[in-house]
Every structure is written in structure tokens, then in C-alpha cells.
Design a protein around this ligand. Sequence first.
Ligand SMILES: NC(=O)c1ccc[n+]([C@@H]2O[C@H](COP(=O)([O-])OP(=O)(O)OC[C@H]3O[C@@H](n4cnc5c(N)ncnc54)[C@H](O)[C@@H]3O)[C@@H](O)[C@H]2O)c1
Length: 373
Amino acid sequence: MKKTKIGIVGCGMISETYFNASKKFTNIEVVACSDIIPERSKAKFEAHGVPNMTNDELFAIPEIEIVLNLTPPQVHSKIAMDTLNAGKHAYSEKPFGVDADDAAKVVALAQKKGLRVGCAPDTFLGGGQQTARKMIDDGWIGKPLCGTAIVMGRGPEKWGQAPFFYDYGAGPMLDLGPYYMTALVNMLGPAKSVTAVTTKGFDYRTFGAEVAEQYQAQYKPYDKYPVNVTTHLTGVVEFVSGAVITVIASFDVYKHGHAPIEIYGTEGSLQVPDPNTFGGPVRLFRPGYEDWKDVPLAFGYTENSRSIGAADMANALQSGRPHRASGALANHVLEIMLSFDKSSKLGAKVELTTSCERPAPLPLGLEEGQLPE
Ligand SMILES: NC(=O)c1ccc[n+]([C@@H]2O[C@H](COP(=O)([O-])OP(=O)(O)OC[C@H]3O[C@@H](n4cnc5c(N)ncnc54)[C@H](O)[C@@H]3O)[C@@H](O)[C@H]2O)c1
């Protein structure tokens, strides 16, 4: 198969992972990069030898087939529209967007132009999540009935860009929810409703000097930074299959003892690894076991392999098959996530309007760097 040429728009924090991880896949080649802050793309040229330029110059390169959009969530839809209007396939970091209408426009434009849209997270293609899905598909827990998906912490106060996480387009659901909701749809299929209550435990957050030091140009330490999003979202996602999953996403919790995801079926229970990673552990319990048993991971890609979704899309483009980290999946996941606040405001169950195909599982026995044609 030929190498598909890729351009990266947005050379911030996560881009380094992409510049490095994409070298694993011989079917893709990053040939250009851009950033609204030119020094950032210049630094990537210096580190990786990938020519830096403006967005428009990148969009004008005829050989580039896929644009990898690594900008902040609030501009994901705009960059995706620019990409499609330039006649290129669009692959974005998560979330797919921050507004359902804008995201729907991206899907519609891609359809109209006959172009593809893809989106992270692609961690569901990692060895941990693929093994968990195979356990379910092979019937080890019988029919999945219910479960939990829980991501809680005391918030990103010590991460760079911390204030951003308390503003529109972020919060624990839009930031971390994509990993959890995508993992659930990968295992259980599409969802049909969300019933939720969402709150915020703190009106203000305090950011210390470490954030200011890291991002001096952008942010100052805040004694009181207002919390502009809900930071504790709790609810139930009902799947078309009938499974009901209790979900909590929170930046308000100091410590907890829950597994990231557990699925309970008619024949047993499954512990699913952190979907923000590529590895394990996967654990199974069935009647007659004394305790959980570790399940050996049956698939590769157990280390950080971000960009595997874009590499899969590149092969899919050539062979004409569907790609796994699809726009339809990401758009459905976005609607699930946005429905938490919507349900809470309405005080009612939200019936979902989007759906998607369950992405095809990866085949067993793939070598590292190899993907299905
Ligand atoms: N940082 C992480 O650990 C991480 C992990 C997984 C996913 N992500 C996702 O990746 C995306 C980027 O996150 P990040 O942490 O790298 O953010 P970042 O702010 O460090 O980088 C984003 C970059 O995009 C640039 N940019 C903004 N608008 C632009 C435009 N119109 N055209 C070109 N460039 C533009 C910014 O100048 C910046 O350099 C987000 O959607 C985030 O959710 C981040």
C-alpha cells in the first residue's frame, strides 16, 4: 500500500505524541505542520524535520490527503470544515466538537463532498480495549446487562492549561468522557438515551504557580478562577442492546476506589482497563471463580499508539472499507456526552437522535505497526 501523506494542524502539547507515534505506522507520513502560533510549528520542524507553514499553505498542498486536527476543542469543527472545503479528509483529536449543530454540519459536509471524517480517541483500538471487547463478543460474561463507567479526580489543577478545563467545551465529560463513551459504544454498540443530574461542587478553583510557570504567556496564577462548566456529571446511559451503564465523570473528588469500567452480564463480570490508555488489565469473574482472574491481552498496541485511528483511516481510504475511529462514532459519542447536561437541565430522559455502527474489531495477530488493509 502507498504511504498516505498527512498534515498536522495544531502543534501544542499532544502533537509531540503524534509526531512520535505516527512513525510506528509505515502507511502514513507526516509531511507538513502548522500552528496559529508559528513558533510552535517551527519547533516541530526543528525536532522532527516536518516543514512548518500556515494552515492555508498546508491545505493547499495537493499530496496531503488527511489533515490531523490537534487544535483545542472549540476550533475542532471549524478546522474540520476548512479541511473538507480544501478537499481533504479530516481526522480530529477528541472531542468531535463542542456543539451538536456544528458537529452535524461537519458530518453533512463530508457526506456531500464524499470525504471521510475520523476522530480520536483511538485508544479503543489498543490491546486492553480490544481484548475486553473480544471477551464480550465471545460470550464470556453472557449478555451484558449493566455496568459502571467512572472517571473521577480532583481536577487538573496541576496540569498545564488548567483554567481551560473549567471553561465552555471542557469539564470532565467533554475532556475525559470521549474515552469512556467510545469504549462503551465499542463494546456494547450505540446508545439510545441518557438520564442525568449534573452539578458543580466548587464555584471557583485556585491555580498555583506551577501552571503560571508552564504557561506564562497565556495564564497567570488565579486565587479564584470561576468554574464555568458542570464538574460532577452522573447519570445512566441506556444502550440499544438493553444494557444500562451508570456513569460518573467528576473533577470534584479527592480519591475513590472504583474500577474505570465494569460490565456485568448474565454469565459473569468484566473489569475493563482505563480507556485513556492502550493497555490492560482486563479481569474476568464467572460463577465458581474465587476472585477476579486476569485475562491475558490477546492484541498488540498495548503501549501509546495515538494516531492508530488515522493510520487505520489511511488504509480504509485505499481499500474502500469503513474506518474504525469514524466521524459517526465520534458524533454519537458527542451527543451522549452533551446529553448529560441537557437531561439535567430538562429534568428528563434525553432520547438520542444519532447512532453509529459498532466499529469492526481488529483481527488477532497483527504485528506492531501493521493494520488491516
Ligand atoms: N494534552 C493532552 O494530554 C491531550 C491528550 C489527549 C487529547 N488531547 C486533545 O488534543 C487537542 C489539543 O490538545 P493540546 O493539549 O495539545 O492543546 P494545546 O493548547 O497544547 O495545543 C493546541 C495547539 O493548537 C493551536 N491552535 C489553536 N487554534 C488554531 C488554529 N485555528 N489553527 C492552527 N493552530 C491552532 C494552538 O496554538 C496550540 O499550539 C485537544 O482537543 C485535547 O482535548 C490532549
